[in-house]
Design a protein around this ligand. Sequence first.
Ligand code: GAP
Length: 436
Amino acid sequence: MTDARVTLDTITSLAKRRGFIFQSSEIYGGLASCWDFGPLGVELKNNVKNLWWKHVVRMRDDVTGMDSSILMHPDVWVASGHVGAFHDMLVDCMNCKTRVREDHLENGKCPRCGGSEFTEPKKFQLMFKTHAGSTEGGTMDIWLRPETCQGIFVDFKLMQTASRLKVPFGIAQIGKSFRNEVTTKSFIFRSREFEQMEMEFFCKSDEADQWYEHWRDARWNWYIDHVGVKKENLKLAPHAPENLAHYAKAAVDIVYNFPFGWNEIEGVHNRTDFDLKSHQEHAKKELLYFDQETNEKFIPWVIETSAGVERCCLVAMCDAYDEDEIGGEKRTVLRFKHAIAPIKVAVFPLQKNPELQVPARKIYEELNDSFNCVFDVAGNIGRRYRRQDEIGTPYCVTIDFDSLNDQAVTIRERDTTEQVRIGMDKVKSWLLEKLL
Ligand code: GAP
């Protein structure tokens, strides 16, 4: 294992070459800050989402899940504060004409040319606007949601009644969000279309500090224990009181040491009763919670955990990336945690001939309903191992000529490259024990 940090260019080119992530609409010259996930990328993304869902929703009996609509009534975004306050202040550099966020100037200088003269700052709305309805029936201006949590707040009553959960409890969802971001570099770190994994935990106001700490710690541990991020590459960055969002009483970012510096992957916020109160006022619908034990009616406070799926994928790739030497040959390896690896097992017949291919295919088909597997016959065995190392496949199963006599196969482990010989009838249970 080496300590060298990977560059963003290396990750970007590996991601493209091996089918993780491509530029959107590439044949038309691409669309800035929009990305397509290829065969391995979609598996990686699904693994991240499933892992989050497992630990935030499925394994807890105080959190339930939902999937709300991307398009919502436009008043939602007035109540949430986005129509009034979700904008960047932009300036144009007088020298090179680059438009840049005022808060992204480097010591008051243009990050592109170093110029120090700018136009007056202008407001730039970050939500994408679109229209619902045909022109005949009249159209309505609506927004693409810039965060998924508002779907949770506006359905709070319906969800609480349907789930019969009592405060304290949480509602979680994963879904697309859209922001017309001005700064569009750093690969998938900041996109215009991305997915969020958000959880809103409703509690009594006097228990909010305790739940805030609980969720901050739970989310920190998730990155280390389940995504496999190295502790030294993670930090907690609490927001100073003067930098808190308009709705927050306390906030902390979980930040990662990306190749381009420490940046946020997830935010944990104490949102107070701001959102439910504001929707209650704007929608003129009561959003009080009735506590049957105490006969009290109140608006719960909310602790939010909000993570980006793509940012988490980028963290997983950067943190797993390694280069070492095997038998004097340099290799690239993604040391993914098993749950994160897009492919769990690769099955190889040593050579292409049917004598080996038929039993190899049989093993592949047996494994395929339990794990995501690939079958590969192309190239020498060393090259096939390297191909799997580079995409982070934990195990490779090889069927050779001895297999025909001893009914056993070789299983090679990615990180150590150690090999064990296992009877064909035990391959599945051996892998199940290692992988699940
Ligand atoms: N509901 C609170 C909220 O949306 P946020 O800090 O604006 O808070 C939460 O976003 C998370 O969503 C971020 O930590 C990040 O992981 C992800 N995110 C936000 N904007 C993003 C973008 N333009 N591209 C990719 N991920 C983004």
